[in-house]
Design a protein around this ligand. Structure first.
Ligand code: HEC
Length: 104
């Protein structure tokens, strides 16, 4: 292997590691924030009861619903209160988190 090829390989590995750790960080944030949701929506969003399960939800649909709850445009009994305090960034991270959970 030429020296150039070795350096390219190392650079590729470094890029991959940085990307992988950034991705993991984002998921940790989503998981932390999801603690405010899983009491009602079940472990990782797999609700067993009357409250809708959100594990594996389509992310675009999640963002749309949460934004509509936050702005009071989607009818709800309880979700207006839960969505009100969330920033776009939090909704995005929560969307990544719940969309990546295995539905039941
Ligand atoms: C106190 C219980 C409770 C908590 C806590 C809660 N939810 Fe909900 N959620 C509900 C209920 C009940 C509904 C049905 C709509 C309504 O009546 O408000 C719902 C609906 C939803 C929906 C729409 C699902 C669908 O398919 O229509 C989403 C998405 C959602 N919640 C996300 C969240 C997220 C994210 C959090 C945490 C930030 C959260 N919820 C916290 C009770 C809760």
């Amino acid at each position: 292997m030429t020296r150039f090829a070795k350096y390219s390989l190392l650079a590729l590995l470094a890029t991959w590691l940085i990307a992988a750790s950034a991705y993991a960080q984002e998921n940790v944030q989503g998981r932390n924030w999801s603690g405010a949701c899983t009491g009602c929506h079940g472990t990782e969003g797999r609700s067993q009861g009357a409250i809708p399960a959100i594990a594996g939800i389509d992310k675009a649909k999640f963002v749309e619903l949460m934004t509509a709850f936050r702005e009071g445009k989607q009818s709800a009994t309880i979700m207006h209160q839960h969505a009100k305090g969330l920033s776009d960034e939090q909704i995005d991270a929560l969307g990544d988190y719940f969309a990546s959970r295995q539905p039941q």
